[in-house]
Design a protein around this ligand. Structure first.
Ligand SMILES: C[S@@+](CC[C@H](N)C(=O)[O-])C[C@H]1O[C@@H](n2cnc3c(N)ncnc32)[C@H](O)[C@@H]1O
Length: 337
């Protein structure tokens, strides 16, 4: 059995030549926070309100352009008419969407009206090694969009469950196409996390690693590729494990982290897992891991760094939150900590 995960590079997953030092990342995030706050404050309140309301166009235009295959067709500079011919899109509508997209940096329109790809266009292509396009497929789905539309201040119900009739993970298991889209989105982040964790933590092969809620095992396979001699087990729900990647040092186990986590590993990873659950459920998962972990084992919890990009409405006690946490919090009534 060989690895089906090609060894990702920083250029593949983030578009940078090398992983930046943590301090540089924190500094850049702070700078972005400040610039964003300044950008907002420079606009009068009514403009801020209108800009916020029409933020929904960002989501829809990006999805529509990707559905039309624009990033894939836009290999080099071309006219909108040529882009329309290549994608089969309506030329007039495409012209307007392309103009909108150019204000967001997803592509560029030059002075003579030619459309050019940008670094973001490349990341939106289906064949890009970072795989981030999968996020468009996932976030553009009717199940996610419907959940967002049901957000209301008058109820504490889970918008995703209310909209779709099932909780998020149950729905994904019942709809393999959507489950695959969600897994694909997770895999994009997992490549990045695998790359970062290989560098950020000390590993002592032949160390064994259990990735709890580790999706299709992409993070673990990336880590195993980068740290020879490590062995790993990914634990996730049966439907997800059924789509697990293959790697000679990786074992995929179907299970339920609320019930039990495999015991005896040197390291347990929980990456973007705790944020999916309310306090009681999060405590239950952590208790399962604590029960499985022998004395001396390490437990590594990875959650996204807080930025001001999208403060979460999930918890009034936390002033700042990251986008991924706020996304989960908004559509599925989850928690920010
Ligand atoms: C937000 S995703 C994170 C995936 C992965 N750790 C990553 O960062 O790419 C949460 C994962 O938890 C898994 N999950 C949900 N409920 C679970 C349960 N009861 N037991 C084990 N895994 C579960 C989901 O299937 C999903 O793969």
């Amino acid at each position: 059995m060989t690895s089906s995960v090609t060894r990702p590079t920083a250029k593949d997953v983030l578009g940078v030549p090398a992983l930046p030092p943590a301090r540089a990342t924190v500094a850049v995030n702070r700078l972005r926070d400040r610039l964003l706050r300044l950008h907002r404050r420079l606009a009068p309140p009514p403009v801020q309100v209108l800009e916020s309301l029409f933020g929904l166009l960002d989501h829809r235009v990006l999805v529509a352009l990707c559905e039309a295959g624009v990033p894939d067709a836009l290999e080099h500079r071309m006219s909108t008419a040529e882009l329309a011919r290549r994608t089969g899109a309506d030329a007039d509508t495409l012209e307007r969407l392309v103009r909108f997209a150019s204000t967001r940096g997803w592509l560029r329109v030059d002075r003579r009206g030619g459309v050019r790809p940008t670094a973001v266009t490349a990341f939106l292509r289906r064949d890009h090694p970072g795989g981030w396009r999968a996020w468009v497929d996932f976030a553009g789905g009717a199940d996610v969009v419907g959940a967002v539309q049901l957000l209301s201040a008058s109820s504490d119900a889970d918008p995703f469950a209310t909209s779709n009739g099932h909780g998020f993970f149950e729905w994904m298991a019942l709809h393999p196409e959507r489950g695959g889209a969600f897994d694909g989105a997770m895999e994009a982040g997992a490549r990045m996390h695998g790359l970062v964790l290989a560098k950020a933590l000390r590993w002592h092969p032949p160390e064994s690693v259990c990735d709890v809620g580790g999706g299709t095992g992409t993070l673990l396979a990336t880590l195993l590729d980068l740290v020879p001699g490590l062995t790993g087990t990914v634990l996730d729900l049966p439907a997800v494990v059924g789509r697990a990647v293959e790697h000679e040092r990786l074992t995929a186990v179907a299970g339920d982290a609320f019930e039990a986590v495999p015991s005896g590993f040197h390291t347990y990873l929980l990456v973007n897992v705790v944020h999916d659950w309310g306090d009681d459920d999060a405590a239950r998962i952590l208790a399962s891991v604590a029960l499985a972990a022998d004395r001396g084992a390490r437990i590594v919890i990875v959650e996204a760094e807080a930025t001001a990009y999208a403060p979460s409405p999930a918890s009034a006690s936390h002033r700042r939150s990251s986008w991924p946490r706020s996304h989960a919090a908004v559509v599925s009534a989850r928690r920010t900590r």
